[in-house]
Unconditional design. Structure first.
Length: 617
């Protein structure tokens, strides 16, 4: 049944009929295996913990821990004569032995041949302490074949600590019984067996629910520990879990891997700690309550999860994060500047952001630019305080000196000085804006583009999302932001596959369509809750770390660059190639770009000869 048969006797189980190690005998002497002989867990009469009952002295159930600590009988050890707990009962000519004597019986070591205190006597290969240390260091793991320290000896052979934790943490279906268990054995044909089917001493089953999921504490599986913790994790002052958080608790119980949720609960500064503090004070979980916290990654992940579960309403996250960020910055600013910052930030910067979001779109890059602008204003006001200059006495020479002493980002204070000049707070000061070249400077040759496109279509070593995103940039000149906004609804299959990027669908090569369709099939969000409570209204083609949100443009473009796909040169070359073949109106409707941008690309491609004719006139 296994590659290495067990050394102990196996008997047929009365219930399932399989030959297994005896777990419990009925009063009539029939044997039950570990799977069939488990009794339902009960609350321990000593510690009140729900667990398997080890004994019932005076009718009171005792768990294994409490029985071993308080009530396990003690007898005289036949080796040392001490009255203590017996580890090995008397058998044949061997007396009762305590743990110390059992682990130090003198016999012939199977490794060195000397008569010394040995362990593993019952396996038929006793080994002394010296040889055990030597063989532990030199023994090869049965799974990874590396010379590692032995963490456990299973029917498949010795395993190291890394493989031990991996097998315990990733149970799988047993070849023989089909149950999800830690696979510690192996058949002669190479199939994987659980502990019960391979005859192992420990099948690593949870004493509470009997499942073979990864264990977490005192032999209990991580899901049972999680279920017990969630009942008291987010309690209100009255000791109950708020009804608002009931969908979150239910979703956390249903995640695929319970240990990941336990790790999240144990983080001292994570989202779970913030929820506990809000629930303990009776504060309702709202967007405003989360805005009072710093914009830490834990708060961002928590907010996205609560919105996904409909605990919080949806909102324009990039836009709504600007005002709370400004409030936190004003709290750290000197008192004499707070009123000015609030007026300019609220009535100019935030108002302009809302107007932009209504008319076109306001992305994460837009938020970063607004923040950079406000930081430049704060730096400028701090400089006026340090130098002792009031706003009404600052001259053009002062502005020039301040600009020369810093980097290019200081020139974004231009809008603030215009606003102060209109209100008579400063003189009419000029901040020259750096002149930018109207033409792109980064290009790639047609040979480079075709070589990279061949890599995308044929190189299976590249990540699938990199191949799909690079194809869209190489063929249609899409930016990272546009790629992240694509969903599976933008793709249309059939005899002539298309992709809708603008008003009209664009033709899609069948090979590229198959690549994008494969990406759509394998696209899975990294959020554990979102994987178990998927919403059909957000089938992102490139899902990200947050629930119901795509990958960020910065992450995607950085990943493309790491694999040898420079986005800006490839995008410029693709757009100028399309501009040479298509009129501006068609280019605008196919790619979803403005007609002004389409005209610029066609002119760069040489389709418009008006400039040339005007120069010749």
């Amino acid at each position: 049944m296994t590659g290495t048969p067990p050394k102990w006797k196996l008997e047929p189980c009365l219930t399932c009929g399989r030959h297994r190690r005896v777990h419990r005998r009925l009063p009539d002497g029939n044997a039950l295996c570990q799977a069939c002989g488990r009794q339902p867990p009960e609350p321990c009469g000593v510690c009140n913990r729900t667990a398997m009952v080890a004994a019932r002295p005076d009718g009171t159930p005792h768990c294994t821990t409490c029985y071993g600590r308080k009530l396990q009988p003690e007898r005289t050890c036949g080796g040392c004569g001490r009255v203590t707990t017996i580890t090995a009962r008397a058998r044949d000519s061997r007396p009762d032995l305590c743990r110390r004597c059992w682990e130090s019986q003198e016999t012939v070591c199977s490794s060195c041949g000397r008569t010394r205190p040995c362990t593993q006597i019952s396996t038929g290969t006793p080994i002394c302490g010296t040889c055990r240390k030597r063989t532990i260091r030199q023994q090869a793991c049965a799974l990874c074949q590396q010379l590692r320290r032995v963490a456990a000896r299973w029917p498949l052979g010795p395993v190291c600590a890394t493989c031990y934790n991996h097998v315990r943490g990733h149970p799988g279906p047993c070849t023989e019984c089909g149950q999800i268990r830690p696979l510690t054995g192996r058949t002669d044909q190479g199939g994987s067996l659980c502990g019960e089917c391979s005859g192992a001493r420990n099948a690593y089953l949870c004493p509470t629910c009997g499942s073979g999921e990864e264990t977490d504490r005192h032999g209990h599986c991580a899901r049972c520990v999680l279920r017990e913790r969630l009942t008291t994790e987010f309690t209100a002052p009255d000791g109950t879990t708020p009804d608002q958080l009931a969908p979150l608790v239910q979703a956390l119980m249903n995640v695929t891997r319970a240990r990941s949720v336990l790790t999240w609960l144990n983080r001292p500064h994570g989202g779970a700690a913030l929820l506990r503090s809000l629930a303990a004070t009776g504060t309702e979980v709202t967007h405003e309550a989360l805005d009072t916290e710093a914009n830490r990654p834990a708060v961002v992940v928590l907010r996205a999860t609560l919105v996904h579960l409909a605990i919080l309403p949806e909102r324009h996250e990039a836009l709504e994060r600007l005002a709370p960020w400004l409030e936190r910055k004003m709290a750290d600013a000197p008192p004499e500047h707070r009123r000015l910052l609030r007026a300019y930030g609220s009535w100019v910067v935030v108002r302009d952001a809302r107007r932009r979001a209504d008319r076109t779109r306001f992305t994460a890059q837009s938020l970063a630019r607004k923040r950079s602008h406000l930081l430049s204003v704060i730096v400028f006001l701090t400089w006026t305080t340090e130098t002792g200059y009031a706003l009404d006495v600052i001259t053009q020479r002062h502005i020039d000196d301040w600009l020369d002493a810093g980097g290019p980002s200081r020139r974004s204070v231009r809008g603030f000085l215009r606003w102060t000049a209109q209100r008579g707070l400063t003189a009419d000061l000029d901040v020259p804006w750096p002149r930018r070249s109207p033409e792109p400077r980064n290009w790639s040759t047609p040979e480079q583009r075709w070589e990279l496109l061949d890599r995308c279509l044929n190189d299976d070593n590249l990540p699938l999302d990199v191949r799909a995103a690079a194809c869209l940039t190489l063929l249609y000149g899409l930016s990272g932001q546009r790629i992240t906004e694509l969903t599976t609804r933008h793709l249309t299959g059939g005899e002539h596959p298309t992709i809708r990027l603008g008003e009209h669908p664009a033709a899609l090569p069948p090979t590229v369509f198959r690549l994008l369709a494969h990406q759509a099939e394998l696209a899975v969000t990294a959020c554990a809750i979102a994987r178990t409570t998927a919403r059909p209204d957000a089938p992102w083609l490139f899902p990200g770390q947050l629930a119901d949100q795509p990958v960020t443009a910065h992450h995607l473009t950085s990943k493309l660059r790491r694999h040898g796909f420079p986005v800006i040169p490839l995008r410029n070359s693709a757009l100028i190639t399309l501009g040479a073949d298509l009129p501006p109106s068609v280019l605008s409707s196919l790619l979803g770009i403005s007609i002004t941008s389409a005209l610029k690309w066609t002119r760069r491609a040489g389709r418009d000869w008006n400039t040339y004719l005007a120069s010749r006139a």
